[in-house]
Design a protein around this ligand. Structure first.
Ligand code: AMP
Ligand code: GLY
Length: 428
């Protein structure tokens, strides 16, 4: 089988790496890919947003399955275009990916279908939003409606901060058209977890739970990033809670999308806040998480091609996924300055040495090749991911690999996975 993977981050490297282990897969293309995907696939220089270019490539090469990594091509309708052309593609339709592309839509679906989430109000007029702030008490969470690369959510502890956030989003248009509408949400306390499930629109099968570390500094301090590391399993998601999340959130959401006339197939990713054992949805994403996918796929003890193809072909009924009895931790190494302006073009050293370690994968995200050398070219540069007998073992292995890799200004958090340790041994 020939597979095309769209995207160029750590998530896509992990997907390509796992697909390359399938005996069913003969050839993998990555568009545009990165120097990491090039180790297992042929990189094709078509950008992830060039839907027409990708479709004609897939037709010409008779691609058997296309896997879409990032949200942008999904929200541009790539899967609809591919399906119209008779091509098999993993990911939700444009109409279904509204669940990620519009916070207003996603909140309305949750409200209509009784899916637990924070209380909210939506506004398309900044003056009404400002008046709401005046008559209510902080904290507030102000969210731009549309896609804003993870930056459109502002947590405000005072009325002044909230008013400033509304002006920034709605009047100064810091996130462009994504800020035409806002959602003002109740602040939820608790611990976050990423819960991903694969669905063909009827059957919903959970992936192993994971936990992301969004803030740039240790102790979850500083501005949010795309994710500075992740681990799986996430002990905050106990087996009992997994069942509750499936029963009250994942299955009802897939049913809700069917009822809304937007049947959902692909990965449904729920960002959850768990407080006193009860889960509420912070957001939905319509794709694999990054970096969560890196530790999740390290632990998957199944053929990823089979998993994805059976989803696309509506054959998930009766399946369950197998997981390795080990834990996995991914430490993201980033460029100096990220998530603000960052340096590019520094030579990365020690990659080969780290890759020789057993049960370690170094997934590439923001890397490039210059004069035959691997250099930094993005904010999140590498996802150094290890398996260990438990979280504590995986932390040790991952940081050991990190210690072998260096470049000028390399940065990483020192506390990835630490949160899980206080909870005793996670059920794997
Ligand atoms: P989102 O993109 O909606 O997941 O928001 C990004 C981050 O903001 C989340 O991962 C949380 O850390 C935080 N956040 C979002 N909504 C809330 C909320 N209602 N209460 C507390 N924190 C939130
Ligand atoms: N790690 C957060 C995301 O994939 O959106």
């Amino acid at each position: 089988m020939k597979v095309l993977v769209i995207g160029s981050g750590g998530r896509e490297h992990a997907i390509v790496w796992k697909l390359s282990q399938s005996p069913l897969v003969k050839k993998i293309y990555a568009a545009p890919g990165n120097p990491g995907t090039a180790l297992h696939a042929e990189n094709i220089s078509i950008p992830a947003e060039d839907i027409e270019g990708l479709r004609s490539f897939a037709q010409r090469e008779k691609i058997d399955l296309t896997v879409v990594g990032p949200e942008l091509p999904l929200t541009l309708g790539i899967t609809d275009k591919f399906r119209d052309a008779g091509l098999k593609v993993f990911g939700p339709s444009k109409a279904a990916s509204e669940l990620e592309a519009s916070k207003v839509f996603s909140k309305e679906v949750m409200l209509r279908h009784n899916i637990p989430t924070a209380f909210y109000k939506k506004f398309d007029n900044p003056d009404f939003a400002l008046a709401y702030i005046e008559t209510h008490n902080p904290p507030f969470v102000v969210k731009a409606d549309g896609l804003a690369a993870g930056k459109g959510v502002i947590i405000c502890t005072t009325k002044e901060e909230a008013s400033r956030a509304i002006v920034l989003i709605m009047k100064e248009k810091a996130f462009g058209a994504a800020g035409k509408r806002v959602v003002i949400e109740e602040f939820l306390k608790g611990e976050e977890a990423s819960f991903l499930a694969v669905t063909d629109g009827k059957t919903v099968i959970p992936l192993a739970p994971a936990q992301d570390h969004k803030a740039i500094y240790d102790g979850d301090k500083g501005p949010n990033t795309g994710g500075m590391g992740a681990y799986s399993p996430a002990p905050v998601v106990t087996p009992g809670l997994t069942q509750e999340i499936m029963d009250t959130i994942m299955v009802p959401t897939v049913k809700a999308m069917e009822a809304e006339g937007r049947p959902y197939s692909g990965v449904l990713y729920a960002g959850l806040m768990i407080y006193e054992g009860k889960p509420k949805v912070l957001e939905f994403n319509c794709r694999f998480g990054d970096p969560e996918t890196q530790p999740i796929l390290m632990r998957l003890d199944d053929d990823l091609f089979e998993v994805l193809m059976s989803t696309v072909e509506g054959r998930l009924n009766g399946r369950a996924f197998k997981w390795k009895g080990q834990a996995s931790v991914c430490v993201v190494m980033s460029a100096k300055g990220y998530p603000g302006e960052y340096l590019k073009g520094s030579e990365i050293k020690g990659l080969e040495e780290a890759l020789r370690l057993k049960d370690v994968m170094v997934f590439h995200a923001g890397t490039a090749i210059k004069d035959g050398k691997i250099v930094t070219s993005g904010g999140r540069v590498l996802g150094v991911t290890a398996l260990g007998k438990d979280i504590s073992g995986a932390i040790k292995e991952a940081y050991n690999a990190v210690s072998m890799i260096s470049w000028e200004g390399a940065y990483f958090r020192k506390d990835i996975g630490k949160k899980a340790l206080g909870r005793g041994s996670a059920k794997i």
